[in-house]
Write a protein that binds this ligand. Structure first.
Ligand code: NAG
Ligand code: NAG
Ligand code: NAG
Ligand code: NAG
Length: 499
């Protein structure tokens, strides 16, 4: 699809005052008219737990997010994904929303426990779950929409959490391998684009360090979150190699991983200490997963220093490094770079550390001029998109980049925001920076995926944050509409989800 960027120009100058989005710089922020390559992939995204509902229907097993959201106090307003957008029953309507937007791709995730209720193949395959995903995939293809499937979207089988402690346990590498092999075998005749993990940093930090996410473990020593990341990297690499050796010849697809990178702008680009601080942030906060996979099989230098500190702090514990064999397996284990990008920050040096945490020795701020979404970490900084894409090109070996998430939230107000100007402006300005990255910086961006096709269960904040291009009210209220991202550019407003 070629974006009607001429319309964008009109919109951007007339309605979308980019100037309102903070510290407008006429050179940096000037709108670039143009069009994307015909082969460019336009997509929207969801994940199983956030949309499917039917949490215990047709023999689906319990996931850690089911358990977590059912535990009082864990999720805002006591919200759960028990019903969510009811996509287990309404997937055909979801597909019609995409079709109405002219979309040709859709990124969604598989619920592990819908397919393998106790997480293991030995424990039995749930044919109803397999049928459900076959139906979704077939419905998409019948409507000329290509599926892009994420294998792990945070909803680990509760049984594996109970039995092994989840991702801290190396046994997970083999169990994940068995699950994804089953998925490749069952769906790989039709699914040609796979993502192994979505934003593993959040899985490990929020799940095993702060406990804000399922399984809610608070291990402030940082051992659990480190082990989690270590095992996920090994699991990812094993899955990629299995695809490469066993499935690629017959299925001819691509397997990648999605990492989340925000952009760290040095507070004073002329001050070496600030440039170093921003670089430190990019390594420690952003490259734990990307550096091993795309550079050399191992963590970035500043992250390795943190691992040394962890070993010193925990002399009685096993804090593993990657063996040479593991490094060789991890290095290059991806067919493309999956990027979630939402926002940026300003990073400066700090003379006295604020504490003992990995980021306490730098000063992370946001410009007061940046517009903030309903979500507290989400500020609109369109030019950060271009910089992060250029950074990926320069740091990670000029890979093909699939943007797998980018989006904007508003709050849960009644009636819901239908005018949607902020979301329109966010998408328009960010997408234009993607175009600049392609045209000026020659970054090999192949796909842009908006988060999300419809409002959904936003993890620990429940239904209080609306990221959807279609508005979907939870519960008995009528499903109301939202905005279709690419029609946004033609000035449409948020629309009704089909009743
Ligand atoms: C993937 O991670 C992002 C954070 O980077 C999160 O907002 C999103 O909900 C996750 N997506 C899925 C599909 O799990
Ligand atoms: C991993 O699981 C095995 C089997 O239940 C258990 O013996 C072992 O202690 C677990 N390891 C960790 C690090 O939790
Ligand atoms: C991927 O599989 C092909 C064909 O089997 C093989 O030649 C190649 O070495 C594999 N790549 C890696 C990195 O193992
Ligand atoms: C952090 O940076 C901000 C400006 O970006 C500055 O106002 C503040 O004083 C700095 N704080 C410290 C502790 O250096």
């Amino acid at each position: 699809m070629v974006l009607p960027l001429i319309l964008c120009v009109v919109l951007s100058t007339a309605h979308c005052a980019v100037q309102d989005y903070g510290a407008y710089d006429p050179v940096r922020d000037a709108f670039l008219p143009g069009s994307f390559p015909d082969s460019f992939i336009w997509s929207t995204s969801t994940s199983a737990y956030q949309i499917e509902g039917a949490w215990n229907v047709d023999s689906k097993g319990e996931s850690i997010w089911d358990r977590f959201s059912h535990t009082p106090g864990k999720v805002d307003c006591g919200d759960t994904g028990d019903v969510a957008c009811d996509s287990y029953n309404k997937y055909r309507e979801d597909v019609q929303l995409m079709k109405a937007m002219g979309l040709k791709y859709y990124r969604f995730s598989l619920s592990w426990t819908r397919i393998l209720p106790d997480g293991t193949v030995a424990g039995g395959v749930n044919q109803d779950g397999v049928d459900y995903y076959n139906n979704v995939i077939n419905e998409l293809i019948a409507n000329d929409i290509t599926p892009m499937v994420t294998l792990y979207h945070w909803d680990l089988p509760q049984a594996l959490q109970d039995r092994y402690g989840g991702w801290v346990n190396e046994t997970m590498v083999q169990l994940y391998h068995d699950y994804v092999s089953f998925a490749f075998k069952s769906f790989g005749d039709r699914v040609k684009l796979w993502l192994t993990f979505n934003d593993s940093k959040i899985v490990c930090n929020n799940g095993y360090l702060t406990g804000q996410h399922a399984p809610g473990i608070q291990d402030r020593s940082q051992l659990s979150s480190y082990l989690c990341g270590h095992n996920i990297l090994k699991a990812h690499a094993k899955a990629w190699h299995t695809y490469n050796t066993t499935f690629r010849a017959s299925q001819d697809g691509k397997v990648g991983i999605t990492v989340s990178l925000d952009w760290a702008e040095p507070r004073d680009p002329d001050l070496p200490a600030d440039v170093a601080a921003a670089d430190y942030y990019m390594q420690v906060s952003n490259s734990q997963f990307a550096h091993p996979i795309y550079v050399n099989g191992d963590y970035p230098p500043d992250f390795k220093i943190l691992v040394q500190k962890l070993k010193q702090a925990l002399p009685d514990k096993n804090v593993p490094d990657f063996s040479d064999e593991e490094k060789a397996s991890i290095r290059g284990s991806s067919d493309f770079f999956g990027l979630n990008h939402y926002t940026s920050c300003i990073v400066g040096h700090r003379d006295t550390p604020a504490g003992k945490g990995p980021l306490d020795n730098i000063n992370i701020t946001r410009s007061p001029e940046w517009r903030r979404a309903a979500t507290d970490w989400l500020y609109a900084v369109p030019w950060g998109m271009r910089r992060v894409l250029k950074y990926i090109k320069e740091t990670f070996g000029d890979p093909e980049v699939y943007i797998t998430e980018n989006g904007w939230s508003d709050g849960d107000v009644t009636p819901p925001v239908m005018e949607d100007t902020d979301r329109i402006c966010y998408y328009m300005t960010y997408i234009d920076e993607v175009l600049k990255a392609i045209m000026y910086d020659k970054v090999k961006v192949r796909a842009y995926t908006a988060w999300s096709i419809m409002d959904n269960m936003e993890w620990e904040t429940g239904y209080t944050q609306r990221f959807g291009m279609h508005c979907h009210l939870h519960g008995p209220e009528p499903a109301s509409g939202t905005q279709a991202v690419f029609k946004v550019l033609q000035g449409h407003h948020r629309q009704q989800r089909l009743p």
